[in-house]
Design a protein around this ligand. Structure first.
Ligand SMILES: Nc1c(C(=O)O)ncn1[C@@H]1O[C@H](COP(=O)(O)O)[C@@H](O)[C@H]1O
Length: 154
């Protein structure tokens, strides 16, 4: 994520990965404020053993696209909600990549980072039966938790 201030949203991704028993690292890396850190991380990520990268930033959100430019790994972009423009600034900064360097862009922040974790899990599940099974269980639990009829006691 681009800043500590993104963690309240990205925490939901981390908790989802925890629930699915998927190893991950959460790091603060900014294309603008820590460009050398970004370069070093993105260039070395595949060799370090990472398989998917979730990159989230807000406003002029160049982080996901720049990371994608530096690694062959799949990059999932999470646009952070922003005070000034509601996160549309982040979304548009991330989604409209030039042909040749894709970023799989998800919905604007506030707990939406959970879907980045689930999409990362689905990618990993293609070659990992344990993650595939954990994802199946997650879906089954979610389905079972949705009542069919509305309640007045909420
Ligand atoms: N968009 C970027 C990048 C980047 O794209 O490299 N680095 C930080 N930021 C974003 O700036 C916002 C405000 O950051 P602060 O709260 O630290 O001022 C955050 O949402 C962060 O992702």
């Amino acid at each position: 994520m681009g800043s500590q201030s993104d963690w309240p949203n990205l925490r939901h991704a981390a908790e989802t990965l925890d629930a699915l028993k998927i190893d991950y690292e959460a790091r603060i890396i900014s294309a603008h404020r820590t460009p050398d850190r970004m370069y070093e991380f993105a260039r070395g990520a595949k060799a370090e053993g990472f398989q998917v990268i979730i990159a989230s930033a807000g406003g002029a959100a160049h982080l996901p696209g720049m990371v994608a430019a530096l690694t062959p790994l799949p990059v999932l972009g999470v646009p952070a909600q922003t005070a000034a423009l509601g996160g549309e600034d982040s979304l548009l900064s991330i989604v409209q990549m030039p042909p040749g360097i894709p970023v799989g862009t998800l919905a604007i922040g506030r707990a939406r980072a959970i879907n980045a974790a689930l999409l990362a899990a689905a990618i990993l599940a293609l070659s990992d039966p344990e993650i595939a099974s954990a994802l199946d269980d997650f879906r089954a639990d979610q389905t079972a938790s949705i009542p069919e009829f509305p309640s007045d006691d909420v």
